[in-house]
Design a protein around this ligand. Sequence first.
Ligand SMILES: Cc1cc2nc3c(=O)[nH]c(=O)nc-3n(C[C@H](O)[C@H](O)[C@H](O)COP(=O)(O)O)c2cc1C
Length: 370
Amino acid sequence: MSTLFDPFTLGPLTLPNRLVMAPLTRSRADEGDVPSDIAVTYYTQRATAGLIISEATQISAQGKGYPKTPGIFTEAQVAGWRKVTDSVHAAGGRIFLQLWHVGRISHPSTQVGGILPVGPSAIKPAGKIYTSSGTEQEFVTPRALDLSEIPGIVQQYVDGAKNAKTAGFDGVEVHSANGYLLDQFLRDGTNQRTDAYGGSVENRARLLLEVTEAVIEVWGKDSVGVRLSPYSNFDDMHDSDPVTTFTYVAQKLRDLGIVYLHVIEPVNSDHPMAMPESETNPIAPILHKAFGGTFMLNGGYNKQTGNAALKSGEADLICYGVPFIANPDLVERYRTDAALNTPDPSSFYSGSVGGYTDYPTLAEAARQSQ
Ligand SMILES: Cc1cc2nc3c(=O)[nH]c(=O)nc-3n(C[C@H](O)[C@H](O)[C@H](O)COP(=O)(O)O)c2cc1C
């Protein structure tokens, strides 16, 4: 029976433990969406994680949705990420890049030239989005991508994957969760296309599968993971039959042989990403069975629930988000049953060092109290 502190073989990597740091947008990139020097510190502080997954990183200007998120499509961005990966590796860590295209979750004020964001269909999300002007604005109705533009979208992921290699990452995670472009194609609440990329489950899954296959061409299947959030209704997402949709996706990803499938299904019902269905009818065990390979779970886990999920065989790896924001040495704290720092949500997406690189490790806290 495995615990969080047992090593795990992930493709060519040996993870020293089974705690994965979740992809976490922190909105602190420099001008030109270049990862900042404090990002080097932030990621290096967390290098004892079995694996770090970087914050979502836009693969193109079109794929950008929020202010100050980093990209992976210019030389300066690649050079900025290189500093992060070199430093994480020097500290003994491993890091994947999360490849991101936001699709409709953007705003003309964030798009170059003030153009409309794109999506599978011209369906406006309910709600508002935080923009570069520092204010929240109503979402707009996106422009539906033309069939002729789809190969260009796949190419954006290929370019991002190649750049991630140049930047020294150990692998990539295709972000197909949380209501962004690939998730928008998967679910019928956002995809009402009538061409080969809409309608049937096979058609709605086509873009994700084409992207994953193309990214595997760059990296090899042992270094590519995929993230899904089947029940999340974040950013106005909905599917009429998530079990059928996502079981098909898990089977196809199994056939492609990706190195892990990462599923967000919160363990507790009061979690912000929980939906009622996930309490009564969990989908993760169904997807685990359909996928059959390395399975990563995320959503509200702590040491005890993480270990329980590993012991029962529900998952091979447990991914922690907020706990890693507030505890750079989360692995050590769990290992020694030490108290955890309290996260400060007000600085999740803002500020510089404050709430980013100034959460103390146990050793620093001990020094400060002397
Ligand atoms: C501040 C913040 C930023 C996030 N950014 C991302 C992101 O860039 N990509 C992503 O897939 N999920 C993102 N998420 C979701 C987390 O990866 C994770 O699914 C969520 O925090 C639940 O895990 P937890 O309960 O361990 O925190 C973010 C969550 C938070 C709180």
